[in-house]
Design a binder for this molecule. Structure first.
Ligand code: GDP
Length: 514
């Protein structure tokens, strides 16, 4: 799907390097990014400097460098985990007084894992206790040997606060870029990565993207992850409207249908219909991934899902007449937790249900369980106002039964794959403008137009997608049953071969019970 075509070497032109700043907390990443941004602004611009997007460009000796404005290796690696390699060069900031610290080592490892060259900025050299030689010594232990010691790592002493050494650092970054011969073809439909995205009240979804290849223009149709759109306007890192963005340039894009995710690849496509179709297909993929994630059962997975907000919680405040009954209820109720719905007793106690219990329940969206106790007048009024549910019981098993029922209401319907049918490919035809159509024989069940489908070749799935056209002789049909022949066209798949099996299926939702 939207595979990237390699460019003819003849078409490649030099592009600016894209740089990420990494290093230990408090070693000066933010200060350095700030100092770099200011090297470039004229006095008149200085007031508007706070206006910036997730990346910016600076000019040095008439060449540009792009800086990603989210310091730290976590963001860098999160993007990489999504398949987006955006950074060409890492600037590793090490405070000259503090030296190499745990996150310095992490940053080195993250950059190395990504195969990204490191330029070291030895920061805070203005400090009286600065010791750049010790930093070099420490870095050598991690394989970063300074040039003057015969290694190949450039190390530049800087002071982000005093703005010293910044130009030299930028020049050294360009020198590193020169050795990498960073190039891209500017004359092709643009492709790149989403750096960040936010919903703007007036302007709708706004994505900051980094163009990696081609030139992005106003009016282009693009797909970004599971989102499509037509570029309505582009703004550069200074908030100024531009008509286009060339390789390595960060821009804000207006006109997307929804918010893409940081790290999503974007690509310009010829027409909006295609953009829309691809986005829809990706959404389906995302749904299937979520479906798989929900099927996990182990405790570790439960914790991970809870952190990711995928598990629902039933919060309860339990009040009882004696400590014994409160404890018994707590144990029995907590045991009801499943890996999708967690029962949490956020508060348990002896005595009447009070206004403070209601406030707590309201803040945590909890239900109050009263066992042989009653709410006092204030609590009753507060519960009505806040819409907090109070349930009163005299028998433990009734509590259990009702909580179970409440939990079932929180359950997502289960998604299940149902095979509709299978067909064997017996011939293939190239149809102009349509692509390759498979002449099939339905061996099992039925084949339905628009159904989800996969192609199986020698027991291996070679395609997942949808049936785009279904014909009996010359007629379009909705479905074809077992024992009949038909012509099947698959969405965006033209590599069908005789002997392939087409498996049509549906995703069915089933209501579940505990
Ligand atoms: P980050 O956590 O790596 O982004 O670090 P910051 O940029 O927030 O800097 C942490 C602290 O170090 C701040 O108090 C800065 O003012 C200070 N700092 C940063 N760079 C320098 C420098 O070059 N010299 C001195 N003396 N202090 C600095």
């Amino acid at each position: 799907l939207l595979e990237d075509q390699p460019d003819d070497p003849e078409t490649l032109r030099e592009r600016p390097p894209v740089v990420t700043v990494m290093g230990h907390v408090d070693h000066g990443k933010t200060s350095l990014l700030d100092a770099i941004r200011r090297t470039n602004v004229t006095a008149t611009e200085a007031g508007g400097i706070t206006q910036h997007i997730g990346a910016y460009q600076v000019k040095i000796k008439d060449r540009k460098i792009t800086f990603l404005d989210t310091p730290g290796h976590e963001a860098f690696t999160a993007m990489r985990a999504r398949g987006a390699q955006v950074t060409d060069i890492a600037i590793l900031v090490v405070a000259a007084d503090d030296g190499v610290m745990p996150q310095t080592v992490e940053a080195i490892n993250h950059a190395k894992a990504a195969g990204v060259p490191i330029v070291v900025a030895i920061n805070k050299i203005d400090r009286p206790d600065a010791n750049p030689e010790r930093v070099k010594q420490q870095l050598s232990e991690y394989g970063l040997i300074p040039e003057e010691w015969g290694g190949d790592t450039i190390m530049v002493p800087v002071s982000a606060v005093k703005k010293e050494g910044i130009n030299e650092l930028l020049e050294m970054t360009l020198l590193t870029a020169d050795m990498m011969e960073l190039k891209a073809n500017p004359d092709r439909p643009a492709r790149g990565v989403v750096i960040e995205a936010k919903l703007d009240k007036g302007r709708g979804p706004v994505a900051t993207v980094l163009v990696q290849k081609g030139t992005l223009k106003v009016g282009d149709n693009l797909v970004a992850g599971a989102v499509y759109g037509r570029v309505r306007a582009l703004f550069d890192d200074k908030g100024e409207r531009v008509k286009s963005a060339e390789p390595s340039m960060p821009v804000e894009v207006l006109g997307l249908s929804d918010l893409p995710q940081a790290g999503d690849i974007f690509q310009v496509v010829e027409d909006e219909k295609l953009a829309r179709q691809i986005a829809a297909l990706r959404q389906e993929e995302h749904r299937q991934e979520e479906f798989k994630a929900a099927a996990k059962t182990s405790l570790d997975d439960l914790f991970k899902q809870m952190e990711a907000g995928e598990v629902k919680e039933l919060n309860l405040v339990v009040k009882g007449d004696v400590q014994g009954s409160v404890e018994a209820l707590r144990a029995a109720l907590e045991q009801l937790s499943t890996n999708e719905v967690k029962v949490s007793i956020i508060h348990g106690g002896v005595g009447a249900i009070t206004e403070s219990d209601v406030m707590l329940a309201a803040a945590s969206k909890a239900i109050i369980i009263g066992f042989n106790v009653r709410p006092d007048a204030n609590a009753r009024r507060a519960a009505e106002e806040a819409g907090v549910e109070i349930r009163l019981y005299r028998v433990i098993y009734e509590v259990i039964d009702e909580v179970k029922a409440a939990m079932t209401g929180l359950l997502e319907p289960e998604k299940r794959e149902v095979i509709l049918g299978r067909a064997e490919v017996r011939a293939t035809f190239k149809v102009p403008k349509v692509g390759t159509v498979a002449g099939c024989f339905v061996t099992e069940g039925k084949i339905q137009n628009r159904a989800l489908a996969r192609v199986i070749r020698d027991g291996v799935v070679v395609f997942e997608g949808r049936i785009e056209s279904l014909k009996r002789f010359k007629d379009d049909v909705r479905e074809v049953a077992q024992g009949y022949e038909c012509g099947v066209g698959l969405e965006k798949f033209n590599d069908i071969k005789v002997g392939d099996i087409i498996e049509a299926y549906a995703i069915e939702e089933v209501k579940r019970e505990l």
